[in-house]
Design a protein around this ligand. Structure first.
Ligand SMILES: Nc1ncnc2c1ncn2[C@@H]1O[C@H](COP(=O)(O)OP(=O)(O)O)[C@@H](O)[C@H]1O
Ligand SMILES: [Mg+2]
Length: 299
């Protein structure tokens, strides 16, 4: 589906972008990638576990550290789009790119005030318009997307996916370098983890180079026995390297930030919570050493 008004890409109301970025080096012709971009999907079978919250805040942490970061909303009901503008539904986004091979990548990329941080909304085409849930349908297009990003000099592409491991999300997982799995620290949530890992081993067949970064415990309530016990039992259930040391605490700040569609680090009182995501970032960087450390463009 083609929409002419897409040329007037609305700008982010809070993270006022540097408009000059639009016409800058990101418009290099798509030839051989300038360097390698690392792509990470943030996925889980369940919804409401903190995927979007982790994606936005982690992407912001990388960008603040000077890593040229692209945050992609690959959830058709996505809310990363919210962080763009209330009119985010008018943005040409990821699903439009999948549905229409005529759309150039440049039309999707929305710069922010932070020079190293850009976003791609989910767009107007729904999952259905993009061809429905058949896995493999969008593989070629998803891979073209990732190649085009590399050609534009991004260091990192973080993809916030819809819940579940099939359909477009399956194609994303089959194409990225790595995956991380947010997991709510409550008993019911923990019980679904073995099933998730089973699903992931199936996806490793599709994508043998998939690097499973691990499970990230979210919404941990340190003052609630059920929550800390759930976190502890997950750590017993999985190999140590499969669970991030960093746990995301349950904090009203995240709800406030997501209502405004912002990374917490941008809130006046968000500096403390930002530290949590900086430590998650450090863990991810360590998992990519040495290749990542050599290539990331720290400013
Ligand atoms: N650490 C947290 N503390 C408190 N609320 C959170 C936290 N992480 C997420 N939330 C809230 O929980 C809800 C679901 O989170 P979200 O990131 O949208 O999950 P998902 O993308 O997996 O569906 C949102 O309202 C969000 O603001
Ligand atoms: Mg989400």
């Amino acid at each position: 589906m083609r929409r002419e008004e897409d040329h007037n890409v609305p700008r982010h109301p809070h993270l006022e972008e540097k408009t000059s970025d639009v016409a800058s080096g990101s418009y290099r012709p798509a030839t051989i990638p300038k360097h390698r971009v690392i792509s990470i999907a943030v996925s889980s079978q369940k919804g409401g576990v903190g995927k979007t919250t982790v994606s936005i805040n982690l992407a912001h942490s990388f960008a603040r550290a000077g890593v040229k970061t692209l945050l992609v909303d690959a959830d058709p009901q996505g809310s990363v789009g919210l962080s763009l503008t209330r009119q985010s539904r008018l943005l040409t986004g990821f699903y439009d790119y999948l549905a229409d091979p005529g759309i150039p990548l440049d039309r999707l990329i929305v710069p922010t005030r932070l020079e190293t941080f850009s976003l791609v909304a989910s767009g107007q085409a729904s999952d259905y318009e993009a061809g429905g849930g058949g896995m493999g349908t969008h593989l070629a297009r998803v891979r073209a997307f990732l190649r085009s990003i590399a050609a534009r000099g991004f260091d990192l592409c973080l993809i916030d996916t819809a819940a579940g491991l099939f359909g477009v999300t399956g194609d994303v997982i089959a194409s990225v370098d790595a995956i991380m799995i947010p997991q709510q620290a409550e008993p019911l949530g923990i019980r679904s983890v073995p099933k998730l890992l089973e699903g992931l081993s199936r996806l490793r067949v599709v994508n043998p180079r998939l690097n499973v970064l691990g499970v990230c415990l979210t919404m941990v309530q340190n003052d609630l026995a059920e929550s800390t016990e759930a976190a502890a039992s997950l750590r017993q259930l999985l190999p140590q390297e499969m669970v991030f040391q960093t746990q995301i605490p349950r904090d009203g700040l995240f709800v406030r930030a997501s209502a405004r569609g912002l990374p917490i680090g941008v809130l006046e009182d968000g500096a403390g919570a930002q530290v949590v995501f900086d430590s998650l970032r450090a863990e991810i960087e360590a998992k990519f050493e040495p290749s990542y450390g050599q290539q990331a463009a720290y400013g």
